[in-house]
Design a protein around this ligand. Structure first.
Ligand code: ZN
Length: 474
């Protein structure tokens, strides 16, 4: 039997507000343990929470970017559960009246467009963090009270590529709007994955498992693929899938049972009596809508129309506001959109990847990048040396022209100099010459390669090719 996988997501996004959601403590990552805390976020008796207006606005922005309905009223509720990183023994969250209602967004995966329904977005406080050290566990409350939003989707995903595309889009949207930096490794974007299977063609929903501890987008893809296979194996062996929460172990590449899945009624939700309901007037909602920047999807369409670059390029460039900004600045200086886009998508992307950097860490300026393109275009250096110069600039921040000067990388265009080398190498290598004359045209690449090597890659490749050919034909 053929099965299809059905996936829904719960995406937690840490919001980049100045301060925490219910107190004035700094919302920062990486501070010394328990330094960004106060009586409110330490849950001391007698303290009262005050809702951070910026967190509300960020939540609404996120909802708008996913085309959610924004109601005028919502409220905060208490979600009761006990854990050492949650001193109050309840989390302030939202239950029946979330900040954002239903929405939907179009994604593109494997060349196909697909619509994902958004069930709701609510805002809540994050809990502290436990640091396990041997037999001991230490609690750091710095994260306690950090504003979070939770985006809940409909079970509309049919493969891991669609999940990846949705997460990329959420991340890009949040970054564009300044709502979050979405550094998944620092925990600012976390996702839980609800997954079930059913026979292809069926519309019923199977029993689902919830996967937790997903620390990167690529881990999400791996976890889904593993769990899909596991479900099929269990069912085909005549077993039953148990509704439960499972932990993903990325190093081992498998999931482990954690606990039975809890139901909403287990949490004893009730309205938080310390906080007044949130009221957003139509005017306020409209004001927030007007303040939204151009979002990735719109930018992508504009790039195709305005710069005439392929849709694929436009999609890659707009996935981060940092690469989009660099692209626009480059094109303003040097109007060769396709050449600029190629350099960003290939050379820059490779260097970022090799150095474990994100687009927000891009160390090159538009002037630097276009200077390299001009050096190649003007024939000062050949294209492979151009890439070398770009890499050097990426690492040192030096000016491309200075790098060319300092390292003596100028293209050798002197025909006499190249001809002398060609003749010398031909004289030293009678065998490949005989091969060439015997009809093996490929033997020519041997000589071209030798000349390029002898000039440390600086010779003009066209000149080398021409001279090798004429000399071998003699
Ligand atoms: Zn505090």
């Amino acid at each position: 039997m053929k099965y299809e996988v059905v996936i829904g997501l719960e995406v937690h996004v840490e919001m980049a507000t100045e301060t925490k959601i219910f107190c004035g403590c700094k919302n920062a990552f990486g501070s010394a343990p328990n330094t960004n805390v106060c009586p409110v976020c330490l849950s001391m008796p007698g303290t009262l929470p005050v809702l951070n207006e910026q967190a509300v606005e960020f939540g609404v922005r996120a909802g708008m970017s996913l085309n959610c309905h924004i109601p005028n009223y919502s409220k905060m509720d208490r979600k009761g559960y006990y854990y050492p990183d949650l001193a109050k023994a309840y989390q302030i969250s939202q239950f029946d009246l979330p900040l954002c209602g239903k929405g939907e967004v179009e994604i593109e995966a494997d060349g196909e467009k697909h619509t994902i329904g958004v069930t709701r977005i609510h805002i809540e406080e994050d809990a502290g963090k436990l640091n396990h050290q041997g037999a001991e566990s230490l609690v750091d409350y710095n994260r306690g009270g950090v504003p979070l939003m939770e985006i809940v989707t409909e079970p509309d995903f049919r493969n891991a590529a669609q999940v990846r595309a949705f997460l990329d889009l959420v991340k890009a949207n949040m970054e564009y709007m300044g709502v979050s930096d979405c550094k998944m490794e620092e925990g600012s974007l976390r996702c839980d994955i609800n997954i079930s299977i059913r026979p292809e063609g069926s519309t019923a929903l199977g029993t689902r498992t919830e996967l937790k501890n997903i620390n990167s987008f690529s881990a999400a893809v791996r976890a889904i693929e593993y769990e899909f296979k596991r479900h099929i194996e269990v069912v085909e062996d005549g077993g039953k899938i148990i509704q439960e929460t499972r932990r993903w172990d990325d190093a081992k590449g498998r999931t482990y049972s954690m606990r039975d899945k809890e139901e909403a009624h287990d949490y004893r939700y009730f309205p938080d009596p310390d906080l007044v309901p949130i009221y957003l007037s139509d005017e306020r909602i409209e004001e927030i809508r007007q303040s939204l920047p151009e979002l990735p999807m719109a930018k992508k369409q504009r790039y195709v129309a305005e710069y005439g670059i392929p849709e694929y390029d436009a999609g890659v460039l707009t996935m981060s506001k940092h690469t989009a900004k660099l692209f626009e600045e480059c094109v303003a200086i040097y109007n060769e959109p396709k050449a600029v886009s190629n350099y960003i998508m290939v050379e820059l992307a490779r260097l970022l990847n090799e150095n474990n950097m994100e687009p927000c860490d891009i160390p090159v300026t538009a002037k630097g990048l276009t200077d390299v393109l001009k050096l190649v275009n003007d024939g000062v250096v050949n294209s492979s040396v151009g890439r070398q110069v770009f890499e050097e600039m990426f690492k040192t921040g030096k000016d491309p022209a200075a790098i060319v000067e300092e390292k003596g990388l100028k293209q050798i265009d002197d025909t006499d100099e190249i001809l002398a080398l060609v003749r010398q190498i031909i004289a030293e290598n009678p065998k490949p010459v005989a091969d060439y004359k015997g009809g093996n045209a490929k033997a020519m690449t041997f000589f071209v390669g030798r000349v390029m090597k002898a000039t440390k890659g600086k010779a003009n490749p066209q000149t080398v090719n021409e001279l090798v050919r004429t000399e071998l034909e003699k």
